[in-house]
Design a protein around this ligand. Structure first.
Ligand code: FAD
Length: 420
């Protein structure tokens, strides 16, 4: 009998498995897919390198600091500024301390009137106080309601906050919990937003290095048996003393026979190649107008090497799952891009269109009160999933740490607060 079986080789499962392996346990990871990393994946196509969806790493995440060798990831920082696009009109809104080059243009940007720029500076100063995880407690409301209460006007909300934080929470209506907004705002201040030069999949690759992982093994049922757990897979039955269930929350709910999260948030991504440089901008592009595009990024401007020599790579995010078929969606997005690049949009080549119906779980105000715990109704099975914390890399990693700590009796890690 195996000491411990970890089901799922996403970030939560990998962190749990590595912690347990390092503590001397015999651990085997079973992964349904043909690779590790779960939702964190990178595609390589015709010399272009882009993620599954548009994903970035916040280096300030405390669990990232504990778990990853950041230097080995060869990170490239994305400028801490965004470009607000209204058709052909372009404005830069930057963090003047960390992106001094953006200061002159930030000062004159009408997308955020001067009183709101001052409000943003005051908000930043307030959210910089205390440990970041404390921002996950306190009164909750929607991010939109919170911004309104801080006095921000509609123009700033529509032009900046909605597309920028909509791109993080995959919901442009800013209906996500304000606690989460405050925490992410702090993460943006405390560290870089970065991409591993060679792809986000270098993160799970680093975590997986010391582990015994069986790929293409799907777990179909878990059952307490004989003081341990029977793990039924497509390839037969295995026995383990204990199991860490680290699938996505939706599969975990099926295997446990009980809900793990409430709802999911989907998103759609289009990747385009260009043989001519349509834009030299390395910053994130925010669409301030109504339309399908929420944000876009010339990845090859930010991370040279993500496109072959002489080529450019554009990632476009459309929030939600579009009812349009791929051809109609592509045509619609190209139509919007032609307002940005009248001379070049028609010559963009579509590399890939990707629909991710379960990108994150829904995180409305007070969602923390409905989070799953690590204990499950199956004796010997412990849950490791972002569903126990928050939807994102921090949530997944800290959940893996905590699940491992439960099996190891490590009280210090178990009692670490969410987000710390
Ligand atoms: C488009 C997109 C953009 C995102 N952007 C960001 C971002 O910028 N920053 C951020 O912090 N987070 C972001 N996230 C969220 C982040 O990727 C996830 O929170 C994190 O990867 C979740 O890790 P996990 O281990 O909890 O789950 P998953 O990554 O879902 O891993 C679960 C694993 O379990 C496996 N599995 C499922 N069923 C079975 C089974 N029956 N048997 C065996 N194995 C099984 C799966 O194949 C998978 O490998 C984004 C997510 C998406 C999709």
């Amino acid at each position: 009998m195996q000491d411990i079986i970890v089901v799922g080789a996403g970030l939560a499962g990998l962190v749990a498995a590595r912690t347990l392996t390092r503590a001397g346990r015999r651990v085997r990871v079973l992964e349904a897919a043909g690779r590790s990393g779960g939702r964190l994946a990178t595609h390589r196509q015709d010399g272009f390198t882009f993620e599954s969806g548009y994903q970035v790493l916040f280096t300030a995440y405390p669990a990232v600091q504990r778990q990853l060798d950041l230097a080995a990831l060869d990170l490239v920082s994305i400028p801490p500024a965004a470009v607000v696009r209204r058709g052909p009109q372009v404005e830069v809104l930057g963090d003047p301390i960390r992106d001094p080059a953006s200061l002159p243009r930030t000062l004159v940007a009408g997308s955020m009137p001067l009183p709101d720029k001052l409000r943003l500076t005051r908000l930043a100063a307030r959210l910089k106080v205390g440990a970041p995880h404390t921002l996950l407690s306190g009164p909750d409301e929607t991010t939109r309601a919170y911004l309104k209460r801080q006095g921000f006007g509609e123009r700033s909300i529509q032009s900046f906050f909605a597309p920028f934080f909509g791109g993080i929470f995959l919901k442009r209506d800013l209906s996500t919990s304000a606690r989460l907004f405050r925490y992410y705002f702090r993460m943006l201040m405390d560290g870089a937003v970065a991409l591993p030069r060679e792809g986000m999949d270098r993160i799970p690759e680093q975590l997986a290095r010391e582990l015994d992982i069986s790929l293409n093994v799907r777990v179909e049922r878990l059952e307490a048996r004989g003081g341990g757990v029977s793990v039924l897979t497509g390839a037969g039955e295995l026995q383990a003393a204990q199991v860490v269930l680290a699938t996505d929350p939706w599969t975990a709910a099926q295997l446990l026979g009980e809900p793990v999260t409430h709802g999911s948030v989907g998103s759609t991504y289009l990747y385009y190649a260009s043989s001519e440089p349509l834009d030299e901008q390395p910053r994130l592009l925010l669409n301030a107008e109504d339309g399908l595009i929420n944000n876009a990024h010339w990845l090859s401007n930010a991370v040279p090497g993500r496109a072959p020599a002489g080529q450019s790579l554009l990632a476009v995010s459309v929030l939600g799952i579009s009812p349009l078929d791929d051809a109609a969606l592509d045509a619609h997005v190209r139509g919007e891009l032609s307002r940005w690049y009248p001379d070049g949009a028609a010559r963009l080549r579509t590399l890939r269109i990707q629909r991710l119906p379960h990108a994150q779980f829904a995180q409305p105000p007070e969602f923390a009160a409905t989070l799953a715990g690590h204990a499950t109704r199956i004796p010997g099975v412990v849950l490791a999933s972002e569903a126990t914390s928050m939807s994102g890399i921090q949530g997944a990693m800290e959940s893996g740490e905590r699940a491992a700590a439960i099996l190891l009796g490590d009280l210090e890690t178990q009692s670490r607060p969410r987000g710390a």
